[in-house]
Design a protein around this ligand. Structure first.
Ligand code: ACM
Ligand code: ZN
Length: 551
């Protein structure tokens, strides 16, 4: 035994310095992994600890810190006091600090945070709400998973390992999308989705709210959008597109519910970016207001999947009035800097036949050129007109990469979904880009080759390892790289009807995504990542009641 011990110690000495350091770091099971981790000896006991919070910290962060303290109190049954003493920062001297101390430090970048855990204290510094939330997300993963539950555990000490962490994200935009049109998810389910995003330090929720299969946004000026457009007369059975279960299906979010979700997300440090997909993917709206289409209908909310040829008619001024009215109400609900206007998969066959669309093309002097048809330029006209309207109201647009077809006005942000080529093209043209290539970021794809053993995916093959291996700046020169705002994954829900299935498609690929979004490439390590999943995150999901794909 003694000999074995000596061999192990010697092996430790012979390891290259960086390898042994890396090995030591794996003790911290935190996802996404912090930029810098320095492990100390021993641990800090948080049950019954005092919380002291700098008075300069904003009210939202103070509330989040107090909730953290209250949770430790509730579960352990030992009271954590919470105070905001005047002049806290000046009263601290090294060695004397006890309990939790949260300080505002303006020298840190907006999302940066610093944690120093010693045997008697835990010091946290950040300069913003986002920074403090990130510090809390990390702290929660450092201690017992019961922090994520609601079960009283009098023996729970809430031990934190002694460690110094300095951390900030690689990308500013860290998004996750959810399609609530193909299948509808309740306010509670959306909030649960946001909770797990926040746990992984994501900060943008792209909410796909309208499509051919259902309009989900209450717009007071157009009540038929939700009376008619929010319900379809059946859904495809399994994967047979020629089938229809004949069961009326639908739902929508009231303006009050959407405001509630915006506020809930804001408390988690997440901005909600709503999408009204236009001018295609509009059967929900057309069924409600057929006069907005080229033929005048009649139209039906689609009961099948795919891409409808029937789209909005840009030959009609009333169509633009409609969109401006919709966006006016939408902007009142969603304070986000960006509004997503869709733009994907808009067939042009109706526009080619429509006298009003053709008149518009003539009036505008649009001609086919540069490999683009006149109708593609007509879509560019729609994009530009809506962009101008939103810009005049202080907002910016995001669109799917089809908005590059024809011409695109300055200031638009392109979401590259048909692989990475749209993102490369857009960034070389000087447009900001969010990378969301289907090859790495479509979470409706299968997670395993063994498809028969999996719940339905739309197709494709996107295992955890492939998401983890995505490098968003690959193939981009330095100038192009400056335009990559960040990365997002998309979860389309044609074949996902239940929250359990949704969570299974999301987890743990969201974990992999979060490291792509957050970590500098040299901080990624597939082995450390998988160990953290098994040893920590899956236990958190069990405690919080999330379904996930185990391995
Ligand atoms: C898309 O997947 N149609 C953006
Ligand atoms: Zn038309």
């Amino acid at each position: 035994m003694k000999r074995l011990f000596t061999i192990i110690c010697l092996a430790g000495l012979l390891l290259p310095a960086n390898l042994s350091a890396k090995k030591q770091e794996t003790v911290v099971n935190v996802i996404p992994y912090p930029q810098s981790v320095e492990i100390g000896k021993g641990s800090f006991k948080a049950s019954g600890a005092n919380f002291n919070c700098d008075q300069n910290i904003d009210a939202k962060s103070q509330k989040a810190i107090k909730e953290f303290a209250d949770k430790i109190t509730f579960i352990s049954g030992r009271t954590c006091s919470f105070a905001v003493p005047v002049g806290l920062a000046n009263s601290l001297s090294d060695g004397k600090m006890k309990g939790f101390v949260f300080l505002k430090d303006d020298s840190l970048a907006p999302e940066e945070y610093y944690i120093d855990i010693q045997k008697k204290s835990c010091l946290v510094k950040a300069s913003s709400h986002a920074g403090f939330l990130h510090s809390l997300a990390t702290l929660k993963q450092l201690t017992g998973t019961s922090i994520f539950g609601n079960t009283v555990k009098p023996d729970e000490k809430f031990l934190f390992p002694c460690v110094k962490i300095q951390d900030k994200p690689r990308f500013a935009y860290r998004g996750m999308h959810l399609d609530c049109s193909r299948h509808f998810f309740s306010v509670q389910e959306v909030k649960k989705y946001l909770d797990v995003m926040a746990l992984h330090k994501l900060n943008r929720f792209h909410w796909h709210l309208t499509d051919d299969q259902g309009w989900r946004v209450e717009i007071k000026k157009y009540p038929r959008l939700t009376e008619i457009g929010a319900f379809r007369n059946g859904t495809v059975i399994k994967k047979d597109w020629n089938s229809n279960d004949g069961i009326r299906y639908g739902g929508y979010y009231t303006q009050e519910q959407m405001r509630d979700i915006v506020a809930y997300a804001d408390n988690l440090g997440i901005t909600v970016i709503p999408e009204i997909d236009l001018p295609g993917h509009m059967m929900g709206a057309l069924a409600a207001y057929p006069e907005l289409g080229c033929t005048g209908g009649p139209y039906q909310v689609w009961t099948r999947w795919g891409i409808s040829d029937q789209v909005l008619c840009p030959g009609k001024d009333a169509m633009f009035t409609f969109l401006e009215d919709v966006f006016t109400e939408l902007m009142d609900i969603f304070p986000s800097e960006y509004i997503h206007i869709g733009g994907d998969e808009c067939p042009k066959s109706e526009w080619e036949k429509c006298p009003e669309c053709q008149t518009r093309i003539k009036q505008l002097g649009i001609k086919a050129s540069n490999g683009h048809t006149a109708e593609q330029y007509l879509q560019s006209y729609v994009t530009a007109r809506i962009q101008k309207f939103l810009n005049e109201h202080g907002r910016k647009i995001i669109g799917w990469d089809e908005i590059l077809e024809g011409e695109l006005a300055k200031g638009a942000t392109v979401m590259s979904w048909r692989g990475v080529k749209g993102g490369i093209q857009a960034s070389s043209m000087g447009f900001d880009v969010i990378m969301t290539p289907n090859t790495y970021c479509y979470f409706d794809y299968y997670q395993s080759q063994d498809k028969d053993k999996e719940p339905f995916g739309i197709g494709g093959d996107l295992p955890l390892e492939k998401v983890y291996g995505y490098e968003p700046l690959e193939g981009l020169d330095q100038e192009q790289q400056k335009h990559i705002l960040g990365v997002q994954a998309n979860l389309w829900t044609e074949y996902i009807a239940t929250p359990e299935h949704l969570e299974y498609m999301l987890l743990p690929r969201l974990d992999a995504l979060s490291e792509v979004q957050w970590c500098n490439p040299d901080r990624k390590d597939p082995e450390r990542f998988k160990t953290a999943l098994k040893d920590k995150l899956f236990k958190i999901y069990d405690t919080m009641g999330y379904n996930y794909r185990n391995f």
